[in-house]
Each structure stands twice: as structure tokens, then as C-alpha cells.
Design a protein around this ligand. Structure first.
Ligand code: HEM
Length: 143
């Protein structure tokens, strides 16, 4: 059971790796316009929605792994891991709104550029925080 949940947790980690490439994908929002921009934003929006849902089992399996392995994790590690996870979740939420506005055509021209900038900023924060989370997953004695 433990091994299976670690497998699911690792599978989830691969799927949320979407956030490790999103800053590079979001960069391409700049420089396109019209229907191309809307369609591209729609694709990114869908990718974000899927990854956001995968964060839910990621948290559940992570929590289970902590309890099932019978401790051995330091309190600071557990706190930081949850805080970083919440930040990744918050970024995924904040990325959604501007992407939806662009894909619906609610924001056009300058407004669309500003929204693209927001997506880029939140995606970069998500990238850095997720990377830190993965480092902590592998180097559990770090803190
Ligand atoms: C997006 C967030 C997360 C990612 C990408 C992630 C990724 C990973 C990966 C790749 C491993 C496997 C390491 C190995 O091969 O041994 C792992 C292990 C683990 N994760 Fe996460 N994780 C995330 C969130 C969490 C959260 C929120 C918790 C706790 C609530 C958690 C708890 C654990 C524990 C306890 C283990 C180690 C199990 C053991 O001792 O073998 N993870 N995580």
C-alpha cells in the first residue's frame, strides 16, 4: 500500500511538472494576437486546470505518506513542504483568471498583454516554488 501510494505520489509529481515548463510556454503569449492568442491561451488554461486537479491527490497522498511512514520527518520539513505546496496551489489559481480572460477575448490589446504578464509572473513563482518543493522531497534532511 505504501509503495503504491508513493507510486501515485511520484506519478502526480511528474504530471504537475507542467508548472516547470509553463513559464516557457507562457512566454509565447507575448507576440501573438487575435484568434491565435485566444486559442493558445485556451490550451494553457486547460493544462492549468488539469494540473490544478492533480494537486489534490498530490496533497492527499503526501499526507498519507507522512503518517504511514511513521514519522522520521522533521516538523520544519513538514511545515515548509505544506506551505510551499499551498503557494503552488495559489499560483495555479491566480494563473487561471488572466488566461480565461485572454481566451474568452474579455481582455484585448494592452489588457491582454497585461494579463499575459500576470500569467508569466505567477508561472515563474510557481516554477521556483515547485522546484524547491521537489528538492525538499529528495533531500529530506535539509531542514
Ligand atoms: C506538488 C507538490 C509535490 C511534489 C512535486 C512531490 C514530489 C515528490 C516525489 C517525487 C517524491 C518521491 C521521492 C522518492 O523517490 O523517494 C515525494 C516523496 C514524498 N512526498 Fe512529496 N511531493 C509534493 C507534495 C507533497 C506534500 C504536500 C507532502 C506532505 C503533505 C508530501 C509528502 C511526501 C513524503 C512524506 C514523501 C516521502 C515518502 C518516503 O519517505 O519514501 N509531498 N514527493
Amino acid at each position: 500500500m505504501l509503495q503504491f501510494l508513493l507510486f501515485l505520489h511520484t506519478l502526480g509529481a511528474i504530471a504537475v511538472g507542467f508548472y516547470l515548463i509553463l513559464p516557457f510556454l507562457a512566454n509565447r503569449l507575448k507576440g501573438s494576437s487575435g484568434e491565435t492568442l485566444k486559442g493558445y491561451a485556451k490550451g494553457l488554461y486547460l493544462g492549468n486546470r488539469i494540473s490544478q486537479w492533480i494537486l489534490v491527490p498530490q496533497f492527499l497522498t503526501g499526507g498519507y505518506l507522512i503518517s504511514a511512514t511513521g514519522g522520521g520527518y522533521s516538523v520544519p520539513w513538514m511545515i515548509v513542504v505544506v506551505v510551499l505546496f499551498v503557494i503552488v496551489g495559489a499560483m495555479s489559481g491566480m494563473i487561471g483568471a488572466p488566461l480565461r480572460r485572454i481566451s474568452n477575448g474579455i481582455s484585448n490589446g494592452d489588457a491582454a498583454s497585461r494579463d499575459a504578464g500576470k500569467v508569466q509572473t505567477f508561472a515563474v513563482i510557481g516554477f521556483v516554488v515547485l522546484l524547491a518543493e521537489i528538492v525538499l522531497m529528495y533531500y529530506r534532511d535539509l531542514i
